[in-house]
Design a protein around this ligand. Structure first.
Ligand code: C5P
Length: 233
């Protein structure tokens, strides 16, 4: 896969105007733009269309979690919008996962499952009734999702190698929390550099603030694409 198509820039902004500014500055450097809950709630499908009009692919990060029929209908709508990636929660269960996988079969949309949100630690997992170490839940939910026909998983850089060992080469692994050497970690704790994440088995990298807050965002994006290409060769 082309290195540019492996870099995802999250459009973590509140309006279509601000999203448009980033698309204008970075569509030449970044292959995929992520539209998340904030922008989609504010601007709706117009945000997805803006990504497509900029000539890039759209990653619609809605993390669907509902009953199977509702998730299937939302997935059908996302397929109609032409998004390349759509996220769902693995914890929605096997029936819901099979239902969404059926909706994307034979389309250009890939489904990605979130296993355990990285914001949850062992104590919080225990509080919602998921006992045991988070790593065990990640692997269990990852297996459940891929066996139900989900194309890939969102995971931390540290979860990549164990998930590859457990599930093999087929799943697309999408890794946020990536920090090029020398950049601020911000609120991300479990980080890796772009090259390290690719070496551990990541398929796509989600990199936001290290690009958006760089003095020259286009140059920062180009440097990450170069690092992805080098690590993949
Ligand atoms: O700015 P930064 O590079 O930290 O952005 C990371 C992006 O990945 C954000 O859009 C964030 O919501 C998302 N994300 C994350 N950690 C996860 C899942 C998604 O940071 N576990």
């Amino acid at each position: 896969m082309d290195a540019r198509a492996r870099l995802v820039l999250p459009l973590d902004v509140p309006s279509l105007e601000e999203a448009g500014g980033w698309l204008e500055r970075l569509a030449g450097e970044v292959g995929v733009f992520k539209v998340g809950l904030e922008l989609f709630t504010a601007a709706g499908p117009r945000a997805v269309e803006a990504v497509h009009e900029a000539g890039a692919a759209c990653f619609l990060d809605l993390k669907l979690h509902d009953i199977p029929a509702t998730m299937a209908k939302a997935t059908r709508a996302a397929v109609q919008l032409g998004v390349r990636y759509l996220t769902v929660h693995a914890a929605a269960g096997p029936a819901a996962l099979r239902a969404v996988a059926e909706e994307t079969h034979g389309t250009a949309t890939q489904l990605l499952a979130v296993t355990v949100l990285t914001s949850l630690d062992a104590l919080e997992l225990d509080a919602v009734g998921l006992a045991g170490p988070p790593e065990a839940a990640v692997e269990r939910l990852g297996r459940l999702a891929t066996e139900a026909g989900i194309d890939g998983l969102v995971c931390s850089p540290l979860e990549c190698a164990p998930l590859r060992a457990a599930l093999g080469d087929a799943p697309t692994l999408v890794v946020p929390g990536v920090r090029p050497a020398g950049s601020e970690k911000g609120d991300q704790r479990r980080t890796a550099s772009p090259g390290e994440a690719i070496a551990r088995g990541a398929s796509l990298l989600v990199v936001g603030r290290p690009i958006r807050h760089a003095p020259d965002p286009a140059a920062a994006a180009r440097a990450i694409v170069r690092e992805i290409a080098e690590a993949a060769s």
